[in-house]
Ligand binder design. Structure first.
Ligand SMILES: [Zn+2]
Length: 259
């Protein structure tokens, strides 16, 4: 089963599906996410809105553990995530799609692991699944790599922070990519993200981008994003053959329920 975690505004993916079944999953993390189950290109899909439909949690309040736990529990092995981001480079413009290959984590207050009662050091050298990234790259016209900088939010960044992120090698800046990618690896799921650039980060563009322009770009590219996800599913590799799914080898963790 393929999981799709939809960022802000990405609910249309279910519009093309027939026989959508909704399931509410009770989790040990306080929230009970609602998951939409349907078929696309002969694959079973589990769709979850990241911000929780009806709640609209801001980035720092999203229950990342509940979302990932619920997808794992329902049988998902591969996750396609979508994130709206700001660009740190002039050459990557609003409206562009980027598939990050690495990240820098500047979050501060989030529950970022399933393993609070035992020591589990998961390897995250390459945090995004290479096989899903390849499927995404085959699916459309996009920037095939980038470093995602995740901030705590909900405020935007200062000019000095943006300069620092650029100096450190960042390509994009967002507030929702982490700990989601890490949690997926902690429970041996393949995970990759397609990022939609909604604006230039603070101080990158000489012209101030208005919120209306951001909404316009999001509205226009939303349909392209859904198309991209659709094509990605067509190119998805088989679901059992990936090193992401052996991330806990030797860690003596048998079941997610133990965490
Ligand atoms: Zn993988």
């Amino acid at each position: 089963m393929i999981g799709i975690i939809g960022g802000t505004g990405v609910y249309e993916i279910t519009d093309q599906a027939h026989d959508v079944e909704k399931k509410v999953l009770k989790t040990p993390y306080g929230d009970s996410p609602e998951i939409s189950l349907f078929k696309l290109h002969d694959r079973d899909i589990a769709f979850i809105p990241r911000h929780a439909e009806g709640h609209d949690y801001p980035p720092h309040m999203i229950n990342y553990r509940a979302n990932i736990w619920a997808l794992k529990k329902i049988g998902v092995k591969q996750i396609i995530a979508t994130n709206a981001v700001g660009s740190l480079q002039k050459s990557i413009q609003p409206g562009d799609f980027v598939i990050p290959h690495d990240f820098l984590d500047f979050t501060k207050l989030r529950s970022s692991t399933f393993y609070d009662k035992r020591t589990v050091h998961v390897d995250i050298t390459n945090p995004y699944c290479d096989k899903i990234r390849k499927a995404m790259i085959s699916a459309g016209d996009l920037v095939d790599q980038g470093v995602y900088v995740c901030t705590e939010g909900p405020r935007f960044e200062t000019a000095a922070e943006i300069k620092m992120f650029q100096t450190l090698g960042g390509t994009l800046v967002g507030m929702t990519g982490i700990p989601e990618a890490v949690l997926a690896r902690e429970v041996e799921m393949c995970y990759a993200s397609v990022c939609l650039v909604s604006n230039y980060a603070a101080s990158i563009s000489p012209d101030k981008l208005t919120i209306d322009e951001v909404f316009e770009i999001m509205e226009k590219q939303k349909h392209e994003l859904v198309k991209l996800i659709n094509h990605t599913i067509e190119f998805m590799p088989s679901e059992n053959d990936c090193s992401c799914q052996k991330a806990l080898e030797g860690a003596e963790v048998d079941e997610i329920d133990e965490v």
